[in-house]
Design a protein around this ligand. Structure first.
Ligand code: GLN
Length: 310
């Protein structure tokens, strides 16, 4: 490659490598065993060129980074008005696994927290689909964003299902409010499989670039979702994607983003770049410690903050 970008990314990883704080997610036993030394970053331009450094080809489960993509598919499949009647767009200010429902309507506050994402999963595809067909719709959709077929990590899936009582209770809550009318247990099963899809930092960069490219995958040329869907998704990522650290994130990084408890972070800056970062140790909000640092530096160095230079 005749560009300084790979060298810059390697230097970026080195500069953020010193912080060994944080712990891998413990509530999913299989994730607690993650190799804490893994660290990778990738960026993808809207023309499809991907640059990477470190462990950018190491697979890990997508976890909550699947949420904006499932939300995009639900919006595409069922229309914005219908989905908005079921799931709100307000930051909850609560941790990702809380019972954050709007008083009155019972709508989950947003699709980036678990209660909203379990609901969103249940609303993807055609209403006549069975749970297996619905999961395949989600897998096909996420694969189209990534430009390759994504597979489920069965060990992580089994592990999370063995400790998923809280998510089951969230699903029963939304059903009790009439937000979903399908089986809550099936919704958690499908949602957990969605979270167990394997990606790499490079995949995340491409998925982010597809959002940055108004819904067209820059590698395959496929239009995955409409531009209006992308605007809705990126807006909710900006305000809710980093959970109860969303305010800090917007001020210091200023890019629509989503984190996952396996240690991934995805960023997408419209018209400019998709970013994927991976490092398993998490901070108290469930966001990758070194992933956040990488994104802060990238944003500053490359002038990516939506609100302009500091
Ligand atoms: N599958 C995880 C859960 O439901 C996803 C959480 C996350 O990545 N923050 O708890």
């Amino acid at each position: 490659m005749q560009t300084p970008v790979p060298g810059y990314l390697a230097e970026l990883l080195e500069s953020c490598d010193g912080d060994s704080s944080g712990e891998p997610a413990a509530y999913i036993p299989e994730l607690a065993r993650a190799d804490v030394s893994l660290f990778g970053v990738a960026v993808a331009a809207p023309d499809g060129v991907v640059y990477a450094a470190g462990d950018a080809d190491v697979p890990f489960t997508i976890q909550s980074i699947s949420k904006p993509f499932a939300y995009a598919l639900a919006l595409q499949d069922r229309g914005c008005d219908f989905i908005l009647s079921k799931v709100g767009t307000e930051p909850s200010g609560d941790a990702f696994n809380m019972i954050s429902l709007e008083s009155g309507t019972g709508r989950p506050r947003n699709p980036m927290i678990n209660i909203g994402a379990i609901t969103t999963h249940a609303l993807t595809g055609d209403p006549s689909m069975d749970p297996q067909q619905r999961f395949e719709r989600v897998r096909d959709g996420l694969s189209a964003f990534a430009g390759r077929r994504l597979e489920v990590d069965e060990a992580v899936f089994d592990s999370e299902m063995s400790t998923a009582d809280r998510n089951r209770s969230l699903a029963f809550m939304v059903r009790s409010y009439g937000i979903i009318d399908s089986d809550p247990i099936e919704a958690v099963h499908g949602y957990t499989r969605q979270c167990s899809l394997l990606v790499t930092a490079k995949d995340l960069a491409v998925m982010g670039a597809t959002l940055a490219n108004a819904g067209v995958n820059p590698l395959t040329g496929e239009r995955v979702v409409d531009q209006a869907v992308v605007r809705q998704v990126l807006s909710v990522m900006l305000t809710c994607g980093m959970y109860d650290a969303a305010g800090d994130w917007v001020t210091t990084v200023g890019i629509p983003a989503k984190s996952g408890v396996a240690g991934g972070i995805l960023g997408a800056l419209p018209g400019q770049v998709g970013i994927g970062a991976f490092s398993p140790p998490l901070d108290e909000f469930g966001n990758s410690v070194r992933g956040v640092q990488v994104c802060q530096r990238l944003s500053g160095d490359m002038g990516l903050h939506l609100m302009g230079a500091a």
